[in-house]
Design a protein around this ligand. Structure first.
Ligand code: PEP
Length: 255
């Protein structure tokens, strides 16, 4: 198993040329490292816009890719949507339930549940995002919200299916705001998520749970040092190849 997943969510940023240039530069930076003996302990994962997924496929040995979204049907009259079968041709992963999809596009927990099921049945690895709002945190409802989201989003899944999912804890108040959860705050929720997931699976083990919310080179080392944090999902700081690479470097120091 990989020790860390360092994932970039580019959201609605970067055209094809910009995406290709980023991948080329990142690949060069990794190749130029003096010691890459531990590079296989880190999965570097890019979620570009749909339009760049195919062009960047296979462009770097070090990089895996995923879509930022999928639809929950196989195919048919769903103008503007992309099915997991289509994504599967060109990528391995898909983000599901990012808070921007939940909040801006009104995605419900039930739809997210359907998306996880169809992703898994098509062999796409889901990265499920969960997290509380500022109001929920301030009124002491963080754990309740996490539990509710997991219950609804994982409803009807077998333990074997849940094993396949990667999780991201993304407190909504920390996304794109510059406010990061302290390593202690993040660890507390990650440990709780790990406990809930383990209770739904047949074996108790370390779970892949990424932290997301204003991760930058300056705070990544401390966050990634926490026991139950097994990677980062990075928005803003992933758009710049230098800062994304610095986060990768920090993670490599910890493997
Ligand atoms: C995200 O969108 O998943 C995210 C964590 O964004 P940022 O790093 O910009 O807070």
């Amino acid at each position: 198993m990989k020790k860390f997943i360092i994932a970039a969510n580019w959201k609605m940023n970067k055209n094809v040329a910009e995406s290709l240039l980023f991948i080329k530069n990142l690949d060069t930076k990794i190749r130029n490292r003096s010691d890459n003996s531990k590079i296989d302990k880190i999965e570097i994962l890019i979620f570009p816009p749909f339009t760049a997924l195919h062009p960047i496929k296979g462009k770097s040995f070090f990089i895996s890719t995923g879509s930022q979204n999928i639809f929950f049907e196989k195919n048919g009259a769903y103008t503007g949507e992309i099915s997991p079968e289509m994504v599967k041709e060109i990528a391995e992963y898909t983000l599901i339930g990012h808070s921007e999809r939940r909040e801006i596009f009104g995605e419900t927990d039930e739809e997210i549940n359907k998306k996880i099921k169809i992703a898994l049945s098509n062999g796409l690895k889901p990265l499920l995002c969960i997290g509380e709002s500022l109001e929920e945190r301030e009124s002491g409802k963080t754990f309740k919200k996490i539990e509710e989201q997991l219950e609804k989003n994982l409803s009807g899944l077998t333990p074997e299916e849940i094993e396949e999912i990667i999780f991201a804890y993304e407190p909504i108040w920390a996304i794109g705001t510059g406010k990061t959860a302290t390593p202690g705050q993040a660890q507390e929720v990650h440990a709780y998520i790990a406990k809930l997931i383990n209770s739904k699976c047949s074996v108790e083990k370390k779970r892949m749970i990424l932290y997301g919310g204003s991760v930058k080179p300056e705070n990544s080392r401390e966050l990634l040092s926490q026991n139950d944090i097994s990677g980062a999902l990075i928005g803003g700081a992933s758009l710049n190849v230098d800062s994304f690479f610095d986060i990768i470097e920090n993670s490599l120091e910890l493997v």
